[in-house]
Design a protein around this ligand. Structure first.
Ligand SMILES: [Zn+2]
Length: 485
């Protein structure tokens, strides 16, 4: 099998990491771990996006240099990686010297498609984005996201000839050679492409924004932050000369949120085509996570930090909840009540209980000796297909069918009655089957819940259980300390 390269988007360091981006990291991590488990050489990259006027603005508010400010927020993103047990190989920062130099190299390589023009229009620094006359009119001149007036901009900029790639990008999306999933996002981007891709402004005058990468050969301009940030996916591989680039490009899967679809499904492929590079194979687009059915916002004070969840429930519970209970193909809702229900009903009562009961009976009836574990017997084709389609929720449903099946088997086989009847041979078979089923479940859970998978393998994998293990998911009371809305 060939190599596997997977990326997350690189979050903008204007605010601290929240659970929505944490979910994206976990989704990408599942695929990276799954591919490594299948012996495929894998490279998993994430990072932070750090230039632009908004960063300079935030830094000034806090009386910091943009670099110091970016360093701080970037490290808080870095800090959630071990917290969530993320197995990334690389962490790219757009302020890395390597990224800056390689972006300039890329700019030069794109020069055939870059021209100078006059830009007239509207800009919101909160979004670091340009807006059309229609949008500005509809919002009565004030950006609703940031509650600040759009700035009228009249300046000389460089433009990228996005329009020249309309047909090629469309063809790639339609034919699935550049596969956008889910299908709803594919239709969405095709609608954007069919409406016509216009050339985009890709630089800003340095006297307006100086926190950016200089345009090669023109000291009066810096690259537009979005344009330069997209390049991270190849600069992190050492484009153009490094062997990692030759080995790992094109990306097998790029994971993004639905708000940045246009950048990744229209502009980025056009840039790659202009560089004569192959397009990523899959662009997987996840939805938004609300909290108690409301959009997370600082004003509402309902932003949930990944650390809050992990501190209380552990990283595997975090991973489990966001992978199974937030739909992989649409938006989903987080609440402490839903998380607690999933923890108690599914992790503690179903999985944890099956592990505890099985181990306890092996200790009690057979002095911990497991005996001959039968070969795995379940068909995992649906699990595999679900993973190929980034249906993390469905893949876990498949695993949970096995967890439920095992609990049902225990109820029906009633090993305690076989023990009473002193049918040792039969008991040995039943308990070994149960241990085998748990090892099989542990294997399937490895990419999703690595710590739990390892714990189960440690209990049942060595042939002997020395003592009854502590519960994997100790039951949590509906405590008063759980924040609610
Ligand atoms: Zn805005």
């Amino acid at each position: 099998m060939s190599n596997f390269y997977i990326t997350t988007s690189i979050p903008y360091v204007n605010s601290e990491p929240h659970i929505g981006f944490a979910m994206e990291l976990v989704q990408a991590d599942v695929l990276a771990r799954y591919m490594r488990q299948n012996q495929t050489p894998t490279l998993f990259a994430t990072g932070t996006d750090e230039h632009g006027g908004k960063i300079a603005e935030r830094a000034a508010e806090q009386k910091l240099t943009p670099q110091t400010f970016a360093d701080r927020v970037s490290s808080s993103f870095k800090a959630i990686l071990p917290l969530l047990n993320i197995s990334n190989d690389r962490f790219v920062r757009t302020t890395d010297k390597g990224h800056e130099q390689r972006s300039q190299y890329i700019w030069k390589n794109l020069s055939q498609y870059i021209y100078k023009g006059k830009y007239e229009g509207w800009y919101c620094t909160g979004d670091e984005a340009f807006f059309s006359e229609q949008v500005v009119k509809a919002n009565k001149g004030v950006c609703p996201q940031h509650n600040r007036p759009y700035e009228k901009i009249q300046e000389e900029n460089y433009f990228f000839k996005l329009s020249a790639f309309t047909a090629q990008v469309k063809q790639a999306v339609e034919s699935d050679s550049f596969r956008v999933i889910p299908e709803t996002r594919k239709h969405e981007i095709l609608a954007v492409i069919n409406a016509g891709l216009e050339d985009i402004s890709v630089s800003r005058p340095k006297d307006k924004i100086d926190w950016g990468i200089a345009v090669p050969g023109d000291t009066s301009q810096v690259m537009y932050v979005w344009f330069e940030a997209l390049m991270n996916y190849i600069t992190v591989l050492g484009y153009p000369e490094h062997e990692d680039f030759r080995k790992f490009w094109p990306a097998n899967v790029q994971v993004i949120g639905k708000d940045i679809l246009r950048f990744h499904a229209a502009i980025w492929p056009a840039m790659l085509l202009a560089l004569k590079l192959p397009l990523p194979k899959v662009l997987y687009v996840h939805g938004f996570v609300t909290v108690n059915d409301k959009k997370m916002s600082k004003t509402l004070g309902n932003v949930v930090a990944p650390k809050e969840v992990v501190d209380k429930y552990g990283s595997d519970t975090f991973r489990y909840f966001f992978l199974r209970h937030i739909p992989s193909y649409s938006d989903g809702d987080f609440s402490w009540q839903r998380l607690e229900a999933a923890y108690n009903d599914e992790l503690a009562d179903q999985l944890g209980n099956a592990v505890s009961r099985t181990a306890a009976m092996i200790v009690r009836y057979q002095q911990g000796v497991i005996g001959n574990i039968p070969e795995p017997e379940h068909d995992v084709i649906h699990y595999e297909q679900a993973l190929e389609q980034c249906r993390f929720d469905r893949a876990l449903d498949e695993v949970w069918d096995q967890v439920r099946g095992l609990n049902q088997y225990i109820e029906e086989a009633k090993p305690w009655e076989i023990a009473k009847a002193k049918d040792e041979e039969h008991l040995k078979e039943v308990l070994a089957y149960m241990a085998g089923a748990l090892l099989e479940i542990a294997g399937l859970l490895a990419p999703f819940m690595p710590a739990t998978s390892t714990a189960i393998k440690q209990i049942f994998g060595s042939g002997i259980i020395k003592e009854t293990p502590k519960p994997l998911f100790p039951k949590q009371q509906a405590s008063q300390t759980v924040p609610s809305d």
